[in-house]
Design a protein. Structure first.
Length: 387
């Protein structure tokens, strides 16, 4: 790792996630890193999907249309990177550091590094090509998947410094031949002051899934558990707060199972509006199946559940097991087993004392994952400071 850097640097911060409005943890993490770079006196420009605003907190923004992913994940990512390349080329001669969140926005950087001198810092919370094998793919995508996997790991290997969200992800990258000395684990986190802790009076019967609804999120397993829960506890209501490619299919499934009247599907909301639904629920669910791409992540929702006094039920994913402990601050259910998920939800609904213990433990656990500290660590590593 290089020595301490004192002079202001010209830094490009980029991601494929929307940062205005913020949609998901990636956009929030990226924006906070950009703020931290600027607070330390660096010259920062953000190149990312936005609603065409010109700046945020004094940082200039060059906006892009986000990858849509509706027809083809691969084609949308390709189009996004062509647009991104044009932006990068405009600034590359003067850039000291490219900081990119996740590889979708970094596809062109290995190529640019052959011709220009800059530090390439990659912040990873997902390995996106790994999701292709568990998603819906057309024939074109099936053929290209192994090549895209290979290229994604090549992008990661070409980075000068890498921050990852779990030890499990670091272990995977080392197995893929990436130098462990340039990988640092920095867990996600929250600012508790931005998460509502008060609950609506009927929240005792509210269960929530907060975040995107794509194939990898396993929302169908959650919906399949609803009939069992409603039979035992008729007052329950279920909130699916977010949008995604599987949203219509999940609504269809709820209708087929006869529980659509117990469900609220919001589609995409602003971050503030989405978090507002945490007031309506006492239990938060993470139903992702135990597959490789899910196994190596934590997801922002666990921190937001904890911070909002919401008891957590989750699949026992390896990355989440690094930060949470069964029967203490989280309750595991068997991967892909809707009946087991239903039993666990019913158990918490009917055992108030146990649920309250979970909620208190979650509030203690989340204090170890402060967003300001996490962001500071990421920026320290990006600037070459030893952690």
């Amino acid at each position: 790792m290089s020595g301490r850097i004192e002079k202001p640097k010209n830094i490009i911060v980029s991601t494929h996630d929307s940062i205005s409005p913020i949609r998901g943890g990636g956009g929030l993490r990226t924006l906070r890193v950009a703020y931290e770079f600027k607070e330390r006196g660096n010259n920062v420009i953000i190149i990312a999907p936005t609603d065409k605003i010109g700046q945020v907190n004094g940082i200039r923004i060059h906006w892009l249309h986000p990858p849509r992913k509706q027809r083809s994940q691969i084609l949308s990512a390709l189009k996004f990177n062509i647009r991104l390349l044009r932006k990068f080329l405009h600034f590359v001669r003067a850039v000291d550091i490219f900081f990119v969140h996740n590889t979708i926005a970094a596809a062109v950087l290995p190529f640019l590094k052959k011709f220009f001198k800059f530090r390439f810092v990659l912040d990873i919370t997902d390995i996106h090509a790994e999701y292709l094998s568990i998603g819906r793919r057309n024939i074109f995508e099936r053929i290209l998947t192994p090549y895209l996997l290979k290229y994604e790991y090549y992008i990661i290997k070409s980075a000068d410094f890498i921050t990852v969200a779990t030890k499990a992800m670091k272990e995977l990258l080392i197995l893929k031949g990436i130098d462990k000395s340039k990988i640092e684990v920095v867990y996600d986190g929250v600012d508790k002051k931005n998460i509502p802790q008060e609950k609506d009076k009927d929240s005792e019967y509210g269960i929530i899934h907060l975040g995107a609804i794509d194939r990898q999120h396993g929302v169908g397993i959650f919906i399949q558990a609803i009939p069992k829960v409603v039979k035992e506890v008729p007052q329950t209501r279920f909130f699916f707060v977010g949008g995604g490619r599987e949203l219509l299919n999940m609504k269809r499934l709820a209708r087929q199972l006869g529980v659509i009247d117990r469900c609220v599907f919001t589609d995409w909301l602003s971050q503030e509006a989405a978090r507002g639904f945490l007031k309506k629920a006492i239990i938060g669910v993470i139903p992702r199946k135990d597959t490789l791409p899910n196994r190596i992540i934590t997801t922002l929702k666990i921190y937001e559940y904890w911070a909002s006094k919401t008891a957590v039920i989750s699949t026992p994913l390896k990355g989440i097991k690094e930060i949470a402990y069964n029967n203490e601050d989280i309750l595991w259910f068997q991967s892909g087993n809707a009946q087991d998920l239903g039993r666990k939800i019913i158990f918490l609904l009917k055992n108030k004392a146990f649920k309250e213990k979970f909620i208190k433990a979650g509030l203690i656990a989340v204090d170890k994952f402060n967003f300001k500290e996490s962001t500071s660590k990421i920026v320290d590593f990006a600037l070459g400071y030893k952690l």
